[in-house]
Design a protein around this ligand. Sequence first.
Ligand code: AMP
Ligand code: GLY
Length: 422
Amino acid sequence: MKILVLGQGAREHAIIKSLIGTGTPAEKIVAAPGNAGIANDVRTVETLNPNSPEQVTEFAKERAIDLVIIGPEAPLVAGVSDALRAAGIAVFGPSQRAAALEGSKSFAKEVMAAAGVPTGMARECSTIEEVESAMAAFGAPYVIKADGLASGKGVIVTSDRQAALDHARNFIDMGILVEEFLDGQEVSLFFLSDGKTVLPLTPAQDFKRAFDDDAGPNTGGMGAYSPLPWLPEGFVEEVQETVALPTVHELARLGAEFVGLLYCGLILTARGIRVIEFNARFGDPETQVVLRRLVTPLAGLLHKAATGQLANATEPEFTKDVAITVVLASEGYPTSSAPNRAITGLTAAEQDEHISIAHAATRVEGDDLLATGGRVLSVVSLAKSFRKARKHAYEAIEQIYLAGSHYRKDIAKAVADAEEND
Ligand code: AMP
Ligand code: GLY
């Protein structure tokens, strides 16, 4: 099977590593545009624009690609999967219409309401007066969401009324959703969907805030771990029955079959499971830990989803070993961007057999590897316990040098501490 992976982040690098690790020969994979780390593992085509439906379809036809895997949301929103499907090429990634589940928070709320999926109460607002009155109705802390794709910057959770209103003013043109505050542990759970049937992957937790102890602004994600030993029994089955399946069925009823990865962002509140968001693609950095634990051949699973055959697939299997990932971010992330800077020490860090490194923002220039800003890479560690996984991950990241960079020191710390107290 010849596979094209679209995207250029650590998520795509993790997908490619998992394809290879579960049996796909590296020569069968091509990535576009990829990054410096991806180019070490498979062939990359830097000139192909992953957001161009025409270019991607043309390329896939020319190279006789059997399966296209779409990593980021931008190609989905641009209609790349629609064009590929129209050309008869199997694609893992939902149509433009189905991807609105991620792109439009108000559409997601409508789908959830129709499907009876548990989520926070919310009000759609198009003026600041409406925002003020919704804030007064729900009370603090305030949850203000821009109703569109805002690169992870569209949501603010704050008790500072002025900051909430300032945020709403910034995004009012997109439309604003004011939501009730949901208190509890966050869980990311991914489902493969072929439009009719869903299969769960394994739960993970993302660390969204920039700094230790959940301080600082929201980011794309600074680290993650999997599995979540504290989850109640039957959690995955409950999410499948009450969230994933009804959502996929409602989308099918609307004529927007969801073929791809349904990312359920959940909060486990005292009153039960609530959806805080859907994404129409693999999460980053959760993918790095989820797929690091996958044992079942990934290519077969994604191909079955892409071709409507999930009902014949066996449930994906995961190792009992645990995985954590720590993200190395460049200076100033997420509030400002740093200039390109040399990054060293990766070869030494990767000597440890527990460690693999997924590149995000890297580029080769002459003899140097450059970090090009934002989230630069994910150090992924697989071990028998969280304590060991943390030890290996942090020993590895300490060997990597990038001027001004930062990372969180508390990824999976609470679960590792709980292990020691067992
Ligand atoms: P979203 O982009 O919708 O996932 O929101 C980003 C982050 O804001 C989430 O991961 C949560 O940490 C937080 N968040 C979103 N909605 C809520 C809510 N209703 N209550 C509490 N926290 C929330
Ligand atoms: N880690 C959150 C996301 O991928 O949206």
